[in-house]
Design a protein around this ligand. Sequence first.
Ligand code: NAP
Length: 341
Amino acid sequence: MPRTTHFITFDTYLPTGDIQPTDFVVREAPVPDLRDGEVLLQAIAFSLDPVNRIPISGKAPPRMSPHPLGEPMRGPSVCRLIESRNRDYPVGSVVTGWTPWSNLSVWPFANDWMGLTPFNDQFGKPSLALGVYGITGITAYLGISKIGKVRAGQTVLVSSAAGSVGSVAGQIARIMGARVIGMTSTREKRDVLVGQLGFDGALDYRAEDFAHQLELLMPNGPDVYFDNVGGRVSNIVMNRMRRPARIVECGQISTYGDGDGAWMMDITPIHANGLRFEGFNPALFKDEWPAAVAQLAKWVAEQRLKPLETVRTGLEALPGALADLFQGKNIGKMIVEIPQS
Ligand SMILES: NC(=O)c1ccc[n+]([C@@H]2O[C@H](COP(=O)([O-])OP(=O)(O)OC[C@H]3O[C@@H](n4cnc5c(N)ncnc54)[C@H](OP(=O)(O)O)[C@@H]3O)[C@@H](O)[C@H]2O)c1
């Protein structure tokens, strides 16, 4: 009897606006027999990321084609090899990759720029390879140390501070001796930042008097602004920053549903206040990933860095988890775990 798998896809692009779970559908597909060089992956957990907004927008990163309608969504995951015709990838090994949103998938895939990376089982729970030991942790580490050049005694402000990158970035800045203030939407999240993660304070960026609260906490603005959100809130922050302050431009999530306005920002405060604004992408520093992961693992082992996760269960939970990521329903890394048969 031929084997089948389920996968998540979409039939219409959504260039602007909020993602809804109903924008996606679950479909069934046959699993082909393996050919030489191929392996069969069984998904263990998927990471939900703001970058998942790109395929459904119908846009494409430079030099790439838009995601084909009806094809499985793809994103970061951790998987177990359950069959192999490739001696480099033995059955039973656990790997991370950029894989289809599917229970089972045959690798190699077309246009796989990432490949499969063996999971270091000393890290413990496989999903941590998608968070603190994955792009999230590496981005936070490089952003704070290499781009922000954070030093002891400085004040660091982090936007989306209770999120995946933000919660790690803020904790690293604390480890480096900075005073760290996080911005996030809910009381529950602000309590986690201060009560569990050791932040020095937390602000509600949606509050009517947000600008006033910021002024009271840091009259000259932060020394380093680690920005995950962009848009109106970041404009308020940057208008209050005084040189030689730095902005680490990590992401602009508040604009990703804006169509042609996505990633747009007002550079007036950068000009007027003489700020140093630096965007970055961890792929620019690939040689530094092993050292970054080793440092992150050391801090976790010393219990100075706490990785947080929001976990949903089952392949069908993926669309809702993605929609909820953009609604701020996660604390730490948003993960969907797939029950293992
Ligand atoms: N430079 C890179 O290579 C790189 C790598 C990874 C991620 N990133 C970027 O880093 C940022 C955070 O990514 P993540 O994976 O860590 O996601 P995340 O912060 O875990 O999740 C997204 C969070 O964004 C906040 N948010 C959503 N809409 C918002 C809005 N309109 N205004 C303000 N906040 C909003 C929500 O938190 P609240 O409850 O606080 O609103 C939500 O929980 C994104 O911009 C992403 O693109 C960049």
